[in-house]
Design a protein around this ligand. Structure first.
Ligand SMILES: [Cu+2]
Length: 376
């Protein structure tokens, strides 16, 4: 492997781990990196069809078929890393975010089992830091992290075979401060569908009419002596204060899709009564427990892996940190539904909530008001 070019910028990332537990993890990273042998017998994939996919911003997913429409393909994606200032709430709280393609979470990629994912990772020279990508769906070399370390002004192309079916997290995991990058927003998800599409594990097909991708993110914004959120001129400047807050394990914000209210009101996810909606939900750093208020998870893969039969009729499902989960629900009543992390403090006080706006006819059989609230 080529030695990494240490620039002033990558030194900044390296300095971040001094004196922390980070070196333990970094040492294994370096070892893994050295153990990666050059490719001596390249696999001949020239007979496979190539498909280039344009990614879209969450909560939406790029067009895809639920069943594979032929033999495995090479599916090409491009992610451009964007370090950017983002506003987290109505009070104008700022974070110097690190993103894939400019959004938190990064876009949802969809392929089928045994397809090849070919990712071009671009780190423009306008960025400050070194980055990479670790796909939980990939096998070897730190999920691709060891093969994709890119300094500002560099790009890398990674190919891996998507052998496991399910929804999986991807995230940045550079030789420097991994949790800083992940909790600054640098994560997303990939969905590897079984070639025959989703099933209930007993032969019943489970198609969906709509898919939404919710990425839950914990942020750790430092406060000043007066308790107000601090603002910084750059990522580097925000680092040491942010690390101090991170070490308390107490997020200042826990949000869906990058900001408090990013998926509510006008930006609510929509559905109609009778529509089967697949909700993909990821949390790259922290446990979470999604709940649809007034609805259910008809079929839930809480840890997101489609070879396991889904759990039925769930009220709340547990997604461990570093995991993506999926829930399929057919809406049966119209109205506004809150979709929350059912740690309700995290939902109501810190921001982990979204809305579904569902149209259609009310079903009196399922629910009706016998006596509306009135004086006794
Ligand atoms: Cu990064």
């Amino acid at each position: 492997m080529t030695q990494f070019n240490l620039t002033r910028r990558s030194m900044l990332a390296g300095a971040a781990i001094a004196g922390a537990i980070g070196p333990l993890v970094s040492a294994s990273f370096a070892a893994a990196n050295e153990e990666v042998a050059p490719v001596t017998n390249p696999t001949d994939l020239s007979s496979l069809e190539r498909v280039k996919v344009e990614l879209v911003k969450p909560p939406f997913a790029h067009p895809h078929t639920q069943k594979a429409d032929g033999p495995p393909k090479i599916v090409e994606f491009t992610l451009t890393i964007e370090e950017k200032k983002m506003i987290l709430d109505d009070q104008g709280t700022e974070v110097h975010a690190m993103t894939f393609n400019g959004s938190v979470p990064g876009p949802l990629m969809v392929v089928h089992q045994n397809d090849y994912v070919e990712l071009t990772l671009i780190n423009p020279d306008t960025n400050e830091l070194q980055h990479n990508i670790d796909f939980h769906s990939a096998t070897g070399a730190l999920g691709g992290g060891a093969l994709t370390v890119v300094n500002p002004g560099e790009k890398a192309v990674l190919r891996f075979k998507a052998t496991k079916a399910g929804v999986f997290v991807y995230h940045c995991a550079p030789p420097g401060m991994v949790p800083w990058h992940v909790t600054a927003g640098m994560n997303g998800a990939i969905m590897v569908l079984p070639r025959e599409g989703l099933t209930d594990g007993h032969g019943k097909e489970l198609a969906y009419d709509k898919i939404y991708y919710v990425g839950e993110q914990d942020f750790y914004v430092p406060r000043d002596e007066a308790g107000n959120f601090k603002k910084y001129d750059s990522l580097g400047e925000s680092y040491s204060d942010t690390l101090e807050v991170m070490r308390t394990l107490t997020p200042s914000h826990i949000v869906f899709n990058g900001a408090v209210g990013a998926l509510t009101g006008e930006a609510a996810m929509t559905a109609a009564v009778g529509e089967r909606v697949l909700i993909v939900h990821s949390q790259a750093n922290r446990d979470t427990c999604p709940h649809l208020i007034g609805g259910h998870g008809d079929y839930v893969w809480a840890t997101g892996k489609f070879r396991n039969p889904p759990d039925l009729d769930q009220e709340t499902w547990f997604i461990p940190g570093g995991t993506a989960g999926a829930a399929l629900y057919t809406f049966e009543q119209p109205g506004i539904y809150a979709y929350v992390n059912h740690n309700l403090i995290e939902a109501f006080e810190l921001g982990a909530a979204a809305h579904f706006k569902v149209t259609g006819d009310w079903n009196d059989d399922l629910m009706t008001a016998i006596v509306s609230p009135a004086g006794i």
